[in-house]
Design a protein around this ligand. Structure first.
Ligand SMILES: [Zn+2]
Length: 173
């Protein structure tokens, strides 16, 4: 694997079908750059550097959107929008391997699994809503789900998370 700054590695794919276009993606941390097969080595180096910077910029943006402070800001907004004034703290936690989130009503602290970081916004928002609702109702009673359903994407997000859990349970086979 070729080493490249900011990524786990670099893979350059030369394609005969490509005439002019260069594209790049990141797969499992590896930067993959597709270039036309006729490109010279110096052109290749130029485009790899160009794409490296471009995708690194995108990743940085995503990272800052998933920071603790961004999470807190988002949770405060969701709390106000759906439940009104609530007192709580919220952080990302890498120790939440079994669950997507947890809420300790005693000290009003919420933890969200870092495994959620790459998930769509509406799914993360749902998990925040779920944990916020636990500040009001500790169990999973119908009243609790009624609170959650104030958030319009609750069903959709639960379906997404069920799909992930289902896929994970088959991952060992
Ligand atoms: Zn719950």
């Amino acid at each position: 694997m070729i080493q490249v700054e900011g990524f786990k590695g670099l893979k350059v794919i030369r394609s005969k079908r490509r005439r002019k276009t260069v594209s790049a993606t990141v797969d499992k941390g590896i930067l993959i750059v597709r270039i036309p097969s006729r490109m010279s080595r110096s052109e290749e180096a130029h485009w790899v550097e160009h794409m490296r910077k471009k995708l690194l910029g995108k990743q940085e943006k995503k990272k800052s959107r998933r920071s603790d402070s961004a999470l807190e800001e988002r949770a405060r907004r969701l709390a106000l929008d759906y439940f009104g004034e609530l007192e709580f703290t919220i952080v990302w936690s890498s120790r939440q391997q079994q669950r997507w989130g947890s809420c300790t009503p005693l000290d009003r602290s919420i933890r969200l699994s870092t495994n959620l970081k790459n998930f769509p916004d509406y799914v993360i928002d749902y998990v925040i809503i779920h944990e916020l609702a636990h500040l009001l109702i500790a169990d999973h009673s119908p009243e609790f789900w009624q609170l959650c359903s104030r958030y319009p994407f609750t069903d959709r997000a639960r379906g997404f998370l069920e799909g992930i859990a289902f896929a994970d349970s088959y991952a060992d086979y």
